[in-house]
Design a protein around this ligand. Structure first.
Ligand code: AHR
Length: 513
């Protein structure tokens, strides 16, 4: 058996892990909102109709920030439809998902749900059918204390104090022909720049030339990057949009879903290559940002908001009738195989934490999500729930650079490593945790050399393995795939550990010093 050597040193830090790397996303799509986070009449629902079982699973995931209300839905959404007395709210056709939107749930309900779950809201403004005026007025509705018609509306709707929403996405996937109001890079860049300006002004941020910023809390603005690196316009879209908006924005957004496709020549290898491919994609965007930064002569470093990422394999034709309220859409049941790739994607995000400082797992409930609910019934944890939960609770602090001699396999993207890892160091808690995927078809021995952390002692060792790659958690077998504890490994000289990773497995080891 070949032994893979992985070396990490506490002094070789990639960057601090921003807690927002563990964010998620709730869109008005399918049953994400209705029957997901919100279901009045459900046995666990509170007086606002928020499902208690879902809220407690969300807390288990330790999600700090949630993006809302879309996604593709955003580009046709008028935020005014979702506020005020429910009986006056209009019912609309949602042209993004061919559903009926009743608007029972809107901005104020989302803010209440965020308050309940301790989550920071990340709002989106419509750049499809929406104007820059709509965008600025939504900022005013959320963040202006009162005394104007729009901010007084919020107060009349029950929120005396402003919400002070800090994170704002300027549109969604405007590069895609599927988007309502799709734009060219030049058109979008220009509109996004103007939207950003007036949104900041509505937030009380004074014009650049004044040299002062009076807002208590400046907005953190996210401009839409390419929807995937498979777009013909990638990465030119990102360059053009960033060149126009660089001075006004803080983040460039990235989206990417990976799929298992049996029709490919090497479906498994191609799927297992996702984590390394995601790394390449991030690398190209980092370079694009640096290029634009140099070109516009800016000191500021725009970060990446990877605000949609996940596995999304089910592309089956829609079974639900058109224009249904809360249809069953995009309800992927995640397999063990999906979990393996998912864990690798998380490793990639952690290894790029110097630039990727927001990550939104898309999505949170029912729609391509770690949590699945039954109307009036239970909520279960999908396979992907577990790596997210373990890492979001433990992989904090800093990501440390690793050096590995892992063998590689070829796939549609090029080459990928059999052993894929991330090492995190939390100086405050004096912990080090290691996340390891073995994408090989046989057991593999890994020698970890974790230098300069202190004398390490293992405190937790769990793994996820299964011989059936298609196994999944369902309402009848909700605990089919769960992490299992292993005996703690011995740490030689306080820094060297030898682990035997089962074929096709994910392992998580935590140390203290
Ligand atoms: O998350 C599902 C959809 O995927 C989002 O609405 C869209 O932004 C992306 O294409």
């Amino acid at each position: 058996m070949k032994r893979t050597k992985i070396f990490a040193d506490a002094n070789l830090v990639i960057g601090k892990v921003d807690p927002n790397l563990y964010g998620s996303f709730v869109e008005h799509l399918g049953r994400a909102v209705y029957e997901g986070i919100y279901e009045p009449g459900h046995p666990t629902a509170d007086e606002n109709g928020f499902r208690g079982d879902v809220a407690s699973l969300v807390k288990e995931l330790n999600v700090p920030i949630v993006r809302y209300p879309g996604g593709n839905f955003l580009s046709g959404y008028n935020w005014r439809d979702g506020i005020g007395p429910r009986e006056n709210r209009p019912t609309r056709l949602d042209l993004a998902w061919f559903s009926t939107e009743t608007n029972e749930f809107g901005t104020d309900e989302f803010m209440k749900w965020c308050h309940l779950t301790g989550i920071e809201p990340m709002m989106g403004v419509n750049m499809g059918t929406g104007s820059i005026k709509d965008a600025a007025e939504l900022v005013e509705y959320c963040n202006h204390a009162g005394g104007t018609t729009i901010s007084n509306l919020r107060r009349a709707n029950g929120a005396e104090e402003p919400y002070n929403v800090r994170y704002w996405c300027i549109g969604n996937e405007m590069d895609g022909a599927w988007q309502i109001g799709h734009l060219t890079a030049e058109e979008y860049g220009r509109k996004a720049l103007e939207a950003a300006k007036v949104m900041r002004w509505a937030n009380g941020e004074l014009k650049e030339e004044s040299g002062r910023n009076w807002a208590k809390s400046p907005l953190k603005l996210i401009v839409s990057g390419s929807s995937t690196h498979e777009m013909k316009t990638f990465p030119e879209w990102d360059r053009v949009v960033l060149e126009q908006t660089y001075k006004q924005v803080d983040y460039l957004s990235m989206h990417r879903y990976y799929m298992y496709d049996e029709d490919r020549e090497d479906p498994l290898e191609d799927f297992l290559g996702s984590a390394d491919d995601m790394n390449e994609y991030i690398g190209t965007l980092k370079a694009t940002i640096e290029y634009v930064r140099a070109k516009v002569r800016s000191q500021k470093r725009v970060k990446i908001s990877f605000d949609e990422w996940n596995i999304w394999s089910v592309t089956a034709p829609r079974r639900e009738p058109l224009w249904k309220r809360a249809p069953h859409l995009l309800e992927d049941v995640y397999t063990f195989r999906d979990m393996l790739v998912f864990a690798g994607l998380m490793n990639t995000l952690l290894n790029n934490c110097d630039t990727v400082t927001i990550g939104c797992l898309a999505q949170l409930v029912n729609v391509i999500a770690p949590i699945m609910t039954k109307k009036g019934g239970e909520a279960i944890r999908q396979t992907i729930f577990y790596p997210f939960k373990l890492l979001s609770n433990a992989a904090r602090g800093e990501t440390v650079r690793t050096f590995s001699d892992s063998a590689r396999f070829s796939n549609m993207y090029g080459y990928a490593r059999f052993i894929n890892e991330a090492v995190n160091h939390d100086r405050e808690k004096r912990t080090v945790c290691v996340s390891l995927c073995n994408y090989g078809q046989s057991e593999s021995e890994v020698e970890l050399e974790l230098r300069s952390f202190g004398t390490l002692k293992a405190t937790e060792y769990v793994e996820m393995k299964d011989t059936d790659l298609d196994a999944a958690n369902t309402f009848t077998t909700p605990d089919r795939i769960v992490p299992r504890r292993r005996d703690l490994p011995r740490v030689k000289d306080g820094s060297r550990v030898i682990l035997r990773l089962p074929a096709m497995s994910w392992s998580f080891v935590k140390f203290t010093y």
